[in-house]
Design a protein around this ligand. Structure first.
Ligand code: NAD
Length: 472
């Protein structure tokens, strides 16, 4: 594959832009066909993709790749195919009494060429689910996958290359430098998924062209356990969500807030649950490795920082294997009541490490959350009562799952995105279609209408009409 340069990127974009203008928006049938072929190809390449992701991670659970990387893409394409007719239909709107008897429509139109930048943690899902939305809305797309999962990126490039001509869907391979050059291209829309830190650079780069952006970023997603929650169930469900992909999930529970006095019970239940899920770590095909040596070192550093800072550390290693750093299997680790100054409370954990903090009152837990950057996800465990209503009303977060973790991501009818530092805009299902469409307002004027009376020379009729228009 040729090495990309700023010039080669610009010419690949120009090719797609010319084709978009030449061919116009694809029909309903073409879009449905694109989505169907994409879903079929992902299914047909599933084994290859599973192997590529696992090779990139060192070890990635086959089931987790199928569940969390491949299923969401196929489900998104199925959902879009099913609802596309309704989404594409022009929407009639009432133009208002003053413009009667004209008619008005909102005409959904593709934006043109969409850029998609994806991260490594779910390298199939986060490259292809935005592509589903872009194609459903009738766009062409260029995708820049993460350099940390190169085999997956190459497999995706090969699969998409066999499915779509270069002028319809293109894959750009390369590292952060290519990512930076990619975001400087004058796309009609850019969807970036990645860290908040890089998201800032992306927003600055896209500002030069006034390219509209959807930013799917990260952050610290809290998990609040109410005083009257079923602690056993809460700990078990948090363990599943936290240890999926070894915690390398943007909406993984980042830290737990629980009532004072319940920490030791939580530790016991979480340890039991994690042990049942992963009785061993090293040769366990279900337990995913940390993606790179640098990320492993960063996570080991978070634990060491907490240890030196005097926090109590609980390592869950049931088979006592003490996985060596070379395996990049990091044992599930709890950090109990870490101080705010510790790195594990300052940065997104993004690994199988879970800080556990206690609160004196539920209101204090909400204050704790509100004193920090608005998270991508928020989890609540407890009855659907006043505490839940308070939490929903008083906190701001990208999305919420109650009495479970992660699941709101899967519901195609729920827009997925962050708020403030955890992101801007949303996609999935209809929200994705709308994000990649322009709802073009069209007013159809009739032969006789009130505008005829609102023109110079202004006189009594205009005065009378203005009195009506300014009636308050
Ligand atoms: P990252 O920001 O380091 O990289 C993401 C992508 O951006 C990669 O393709 C990379 O090559 C590219 N890139 C790097 N520098 C760039 C630059 N200057 N300009 C443009 N592109 C550049 O993120 P990551 O480490 O791959 O992923 C982890 C982060 O992503 C976490 O913070 C996680 O929370 C977040 N994330 C968010 C979501 C979501 O849906 N909101 C999903 C998954 C991951």
């Amino acid at each position: 594959m040729a090495v990309e340069t700023a010039e080669s990127l610009a010419s690949r974009l120009a090719l797609q832009q010319r084709a978009f203008l030449r061919d116009g928006p694809p029909s309903f049938t073409q879009r449905r066909d694109n989505l169907k072929r994409l879903a079929h190809a992902v299914k047909a390449c599933a084994d290859q993709l599973v192997q590529a992701v696992s090779a990139d991670f060192g070890q990635r659970s086959r089931h987790e790749t199928l569940m969390a990387d491949i299923f969401p893409v196929i489900a998104a394409a199925r959902h879009a195919r099913f609802h596309l007719w309704r989404w594409m239909r022009p929407q009639r709107v009432w133009p208002g009494l003053e413009l009667a008897p004209s008619r008005a429509r909102l005409l959904p139109q593709p934006l043109g060429v969409v850029g998609i930048v994806s991260p490594w943690n779910y390298p199939i899902n986060l490259a292809l689910a935005p592509l589903v939305a872009a194609l459903a809305a009738g766009n062409r797309a260029m995708i820049k996958p993460s350099e940390l999962t190169p085999r997956t990126a190459e497999t995706l490039a090969e699969m998409l290359g066999g499915l779509f001509p270069e002028e319809e869907v293109a894959v750009v391979l390369g590292g952060a430098d290519i990512g930076a050059a990619f975001c400087e291209l004058p796309f009609d829309h850019l969807l970036f998924t990645g860290s908040t830190e890089v998201g800032r650079k992306v927003l600055a780069a896209t500002a030069q062209n006034l390219t509209p952006v959807t930013l799917e970023l990260g952050g610290k997603s809290p998990c609040v356990i109410a005083p009257d929650a079923d602690l056993t169930q809460a700990a078990a469900r948090i363990a599943i969500g936290k240890l999926l992909n070894a915690g390398q999930t943007c909406i993984a529970p980042d830290y737990v807030l629980l009532p004072a006095g319940k920490t030791q019970d939580f530790v016991r239940h979480f340890t039991e649950a994690a042990t049942a899920l992963y009785p061993s770590l090293l040769a366990n095909p279900d337990y995913t490795s940390i993606v790179s040596d640098a990320h492993y070192a960063r996570l080991a550093g978070l634990i060491e920082d907490a240890r030196q800072g005097g926090a109590e550390i609980v390592v869950i290693d049931p088979a006592r294997e003490q996985p060596p750093p070379t395996s990049r299997k990091l044992a599930p680790t709890l950090i109990l009541n870490p101080g705010d100054h510790l790195r594990s409370m300052q940065e997104e954990v993004f690994g199988p490490i879970l800080p556990v903090l206690d609160y004196q009152s539920f209101d204090a837990a909400l204050d704790f959350i509100n004193a920090r950057p608005r998270p991508l996800a928020l989890y609540y465990f407890g009855p659907e009562d006043l505490n839940l209503r308070k939490l929903l009303a008083r906190t701001r977060a990208g999305g919420v799952t109650v009495n479970e973790t992660i699941s709101h991501f899967i519901a195609e009818n729920l827009p997925f995105g962050g708020v403030g530092p955890s992101g801007m805009g949303a996609y999935h299902g209809e929200a994705g279609f709308r994000a990649f469409s322009h709802a073009k307002p069209v007013l159809l004027q009739s032969r006789l209408n009130s505008r005829i009376l609102l023109r110079p020379p202004y006189g009594k009729v205009t005065e009378m009409l203005l009195r009506f228009m300014l009636r308050g």
